[in-house]
Write a protein that binds this ligand. Structure first.
Ligand code: 5HM
Length: 324
């Protein structure tokens, strides 16, 4: 049981790396693994790792969560934030297994909207044990020729004592890279749904069949685990407004696209005047900062200065060379 993600991350990364149960090479990728891990996060909102050495990409984290929530499967969209996503695409245009959005909002040939389905169910029976969103699809090709099979089996939601609890089930999870973005996105989805249902955020339970570290990361993992935790800044993470955030999200998603495609300049004033909550303006400012990195090669200070200290820290930590 952990309060924040960062502590669970280090604890299980250490176990997978220093006390692996097996060392093997699935699909030729040498790795160390532990089987059957489960951990609880009592504060799933505290979803990032602030350790300087890890240099997480907070912009990608928000982009991926929004990519899921908007039901996108576009490679162009997500690879703008993480070029290596290209290696999961079969057709250089879309992602299949990794694009969880279409699974959540338009599952299978019947395009089942699982999000709305569980909301209807909660209205009928708030105590229900059936609010499960399937991600892994039995129709996914498991043969090695398919390079993109869902790692996530599904997401389970429970309302208990006016809080929304969530359990994630994964067949496989990368303990150094994948888990950082997966927990960000899944706990974001939990908070987003809780807010839509006017509930608090309950515990988040992460359940993984094989939890592993890949050989190309061994050196980086060893270095990260050597870092003294005390050196890490003690930031909390902001909470989403407790309301139906869909309108805000759609506006943010529209700005995300414009900034990604660089169709025009978006001023600080324009972002500050958007009809969205301050929480979401911060997300747009993150996309604006990223736009300046991508298209100008350096961070635009006007956007950067608008960010809350946590985000400034994460941006500076990742792109110190782009801040003049
Ligand atoms: O051979 P396999 O299909 O399991 O390779 C995919 C690997 O990508 C997983 O084992 C896991 O290490 C990583 N992964 C992850 O950690 C992939 C996805 C995409 O679905 C994810 N988390 N969300």
């Amino acid at each position: 049981k952990f309060n924040r993600f960062q502590d669970a991350y280090l604890y299980y990364l250490k176990r997978a790396y220093y006390e692996p149960q097996f060392e093997n090479s699935p699909r030729g990728n040498k790795s160390k693994e532990i089987l059957g891990i489960s951990f609880t996060l009592t504060n799933p909102i505290d979803r990032v790792c602030y350790i300087a050495k890890r240099k997480i990409n907070i912009v990608f984290n928000f982009a991926e969560a929004i990519w899921y929530l908007t039901g996108s499967n576009s490679l162009e969209y997500i690879s703008y934030y993480a070029h290596n996503m290209k290696k999961y695409s079969m057709d250089d245009k879309t992602l299949t297994g990794t694009a969880y959005g279409p699974k959540i909002f338009a599952y299978g040939s019947d395009n089942i909207n699982q999000w709305n389905r569980i909301i209807d169910l909660f209205n009928e029976d708030p105590d229900t044990k059936r609010a499960f969103i399937s991600i892994f699809d039995v129709n996914e090709e498991l043969a090695l020729s398919n390079i993109d099979v869902s790692c996530t089996i599904g997401l389970h939601f429970l309302i208990r004592d006016s809080n929304l609890y969530m359990s994630t089930f994964m067949r496989a999870n990368d303990a150094y890279r994948g888990v950082v973005s997966d927990i960000f996105s899944f706990s974001f989805i939990q908070e987003f749904l809780a807010a839509q249902l006017s509930l608090g955020v309950g515990n988040y339970y992460h359940n993984v069949s094989t939890y592993h570290v890949y050989e190309p990361d061994y050196k980086r993992v060893a270095e990260l685990l050597n870092v003294e935790k005390e050196k890490c800044p003690n930031y909390s993470f902001p909470s989403m407004p407790r309301k139906d955030n869909w309108e805000d999200l759609n506006i943010v998603a529209d700005y995300e696209r414009q900034l990604r495609e660089n169709v025009r300049t978006v001023s600080v004033k324009e972002i500050n005047n958007l009809a969205v909550d301050a929480y979401w303006k911060q997300v747009v400012f993150l996309f604006a900062v990223y736009n300046s990195i991508q298209y100008c090669g350096k961070i635009n200070r006007d956007y950067f200065n608008e960010l809350i200290p946590q985000y400034q820290y994460l941006i500076k930590n990742r792109w110190s060379d782009k801040l003049e």
